[in-house]
Write a protein that binds this ligand. Sequence first.
Ligand SMILES: *[C@@H]1O[C@H](CO)[C@@H](O)[C@H](O)[C@H]1NC(C)=O
Ligand SMILES: *[C@@H]1O[C@H](CO)[C@@H](O)[C@H](O)[C@H]1NC(C)=O
Ligand SMILES: *[C@@H]1O[C@H](CO)[C@@H](O)[C@H](O)[C@H]1NC(C)=O
Length: 316
Amino acid sequence: MCAAVYLLSAATGYALISVLLLKFPTLLHRRKREQFLGRHISHRGGAGENLENTMAAFKHAVDLGTDMLELDCHLTSDEQVVVSHDANLERISGVRAYISDMCYADLPPYLCKLGVTFQRKCFCEGGEDKRIPLLRDVFEAFPNTPVNIDIKVNNDTLIKKVSELVVKYNREHLTVWGNSSNHIVQKCYKENPDIPVLFSVRRVLMLLGLFYSGLLPFVPLKEQFLEIPMPSIMTNLLNDPDNMTRSRRVILWLADTLLMRRALFNHLTARGIQVYVWVLNDEKEFVRAFDLGATGVMTDYPTKLRDFLENIGSFK
Ligand SMILES: *[C@@H]1O[C@H](CO)[C@@H](O)[C@H](O)[C@H]1NC(C)=O
Ligand SMILES: *[C@@H]1O[C@H](CO)[C@@H](O)[C@H](O)[C@H]1NC(C)=O
Ligand SMILES: *[C@@H]1O[C@H](CO)[C@@H](O)[C@H](O)[C@H]1NC(C)=O
């Protein structure tokens, strides 16, 4: 009897403190200082409006007033950091070769027309600019625009070079980097702890475990950015959404229900950890993400997101 009462009061106490700290995390943690807020983030520079990851795309997005460019990095055989999503050039240029096997000077131009990965049956026709840019070009052209860098290969030289460029262009405060792989994120953090990192997949799972067990409010976090997909959009990407197996459907529903939590987003943002949801190209998805308390949205259609934010009166 006595033990039961003791256990019950301990559990109640734990739950109360956990809920209190979930709501008011700064009672325990110093709020991380945000150097910028990314509400409007252009995925690969806005892959639906210009050829992905080109200077033309980045310029268009920056002219539009985007808060942040999202891009991907690889290393050429002569150790230049280039901005490209794929390791292999086939999809983007028709040339069957790996970036890591070629010198920068030999890289082929983009095709005139590319599929938009996160928008089913959509293609983007580019203008004049078909060049695969260097990361340095982006830093030089947009010295004040925050950039989200996906490190696409587990290569120590790539990580080191990106860090050197970030330092050289004095952009530690304008950068977030990482990868879904925890191994790469750890290497990034070790290489330069002054550049903020995002949560790897393993750390996102850990975050969810902590959140649902009530432990999250007690645990310090080194990451400053949570960048997650909105699982419900995955059905939009299939050619035939009606043909999804029942188990897939259940998994998607579960992932969406577990991940898209207002209480989680609010807790993280109150700790100064920004929450970005990708890759949203549709107005009802924008509404959902911002209603849930996400800091920002990554989109392939920067004009669409700008118009949406202007309409709700929250474009800077
Ligand atoms: C990293 O990339 C460079 C250039 O592509 C390559 O020479 C080197 O072998 C790579 N290192 C690792 C560990 O893969
Ligand atoms: C993470 O790195 C792996 C290679 O290690 C790559 O295949 C993958 O696309 C990267 N993911 C992201 C989100 O950058
Ligand atoms: C559904 O997918 C299966 C295998 O992927 C395929 O064989 C079948 O024809 C598809 N059915 C419809 C209605 O598209």
